[in-house]
Write a protein that binds this ligand. Structure first.
Ligand code: AKG
Length: 302
């Protein structure tokens, strides 16, 4: 039975080239968040190393093979504090495949990995004179949307650029998510214009909670990829329930899951929608159902 009301912490961490230092800083921030009463802690996209495609491979960890100091730390802290952690993301070395993924693990209060989300939509942008960035040169996209039942409700996960795709959030709502967590690392170019807008849109369109968590901005960074920051918690009516600035900080907000039902009752968008004119197809459920039909037909024939 999940908790209806609880505190969520967004740890907007400073990230450096020192992986051990990053892990130690994240550990301290999670302990502090738990001490402040958080039952759910969210970390940023790529918090164990800088978000730079050239150096990402050298920091990659084999999560399935157990060779992941970052995830081991999250498991240990989650179990010792009895909290759920949406563990931001770390570069993951696919076991045996040579592929690299941008991967978020959700850890339960028993320290076990409950879900693993590999970023579905790789970020690619080219605005001459402003920003050029292409994750697909280095990373492989994941294949599975992620929804997981936890002690603090049904959580869906997207990583940064995944937030740009409203269909994914609609799918998550249709699968019963209460909260979508988007560990992210928006940049100065698109962050200022769109960060706030997109998290509110995903929350309001689907009448659920949205939590985002970014690394802190390093104003002295020489990287052309400057982080925007502004990790936030948005409620199902678009309310900003907690928000950080751009510096290193942990912000704590309150999630009251009963708000979802209240908002959907006052404004029943699902009933008002025109399913007779448009609808989103859950491709995976459809093909699973088609597989059952096909297997049924084969059984009947055989
Ligand atoms: O979609 C955007 O504008 C930013 C996305 C991004 O920074 C990312 O996916 O890491």
């Amino acid at each position: 039975m999940s908790q209806v009301q609880y505190k969520i912490a967004l740890c907007q961490l400073r990230v450096t080239t020192d992986k051990d230092g990053n892990i130690a800083r994240a550990r301290a921030a999670i302990h502090a968040a738990a001490a402040a009463g958080a039952k759910l802690v969210v970390l940023p996209e790529i918090w164990s190393c800088p978000y730079l495609m050239e150096t990402l491979p050298s920091y990659a960890e084999d999560i399935d093979g157990g060779g992941s100091p970052s995830i081991s730390m999250l498991s240990e802290v989650a179990a010792s504090r009895k909290i759920t952690i949406v563990g931001g993301s770390v570069p993951e070395k696919g076991s045996g495949s040579g592929q690299l993924f941008n991967t978020c693990c959700v850890i339960g209060p028993d320290g076990e990995i409950k879900a693993k989300h590999r970023k579905l939509h790789l970020f690619g942008i080219d605005i001459p004179g402003d920003i050029t960035f292409r994750e697909s040169d280095t990373l492989t996209a994941g294949q599975e949307p992620t929804v997981v039942d936890t002690d603090v409700g049904r959580i869906a996960v997207g990583i940064c650029h995944d937030i740009r795709f409203p269909e994914l959030a609609i799918l998550y709502r249709s699968r019963g998510a209460h909260l979508i967590c988007y560990p992210s690392a928006f940049n100065m170019s698109t962050g200022q214009l769109l960060w706030d807008l997109m998290q509110k849109s995903r929350a309001v369109d689907n009448q659920l909670f949205v939590a985002t968590c970014s690394p802190a901005r390093d104003p002295n960074s020489e990287s052309e990829y400057m982080i925007w920051g502004h990790s936030s918690l948005i409620g199902p009516f678009g309310q900003v329930l907690a928000a950080a600035g751009h510096e290193e900080a942990t912000v704590v907000g309150e999630i009251d899951l009963s708000l979802i039902g209240a908002v959907r009752e006052s404004l029943p968008l699902e009933k008002q929608g025109r399913g007779d004119l448009y609808r989103l197809v859950d491709v995976q459920s459809e093909s699973a159902a088609a597989g059952c039909v096909a297997r049924g037909e084969a059984n009947a024939a055989g």
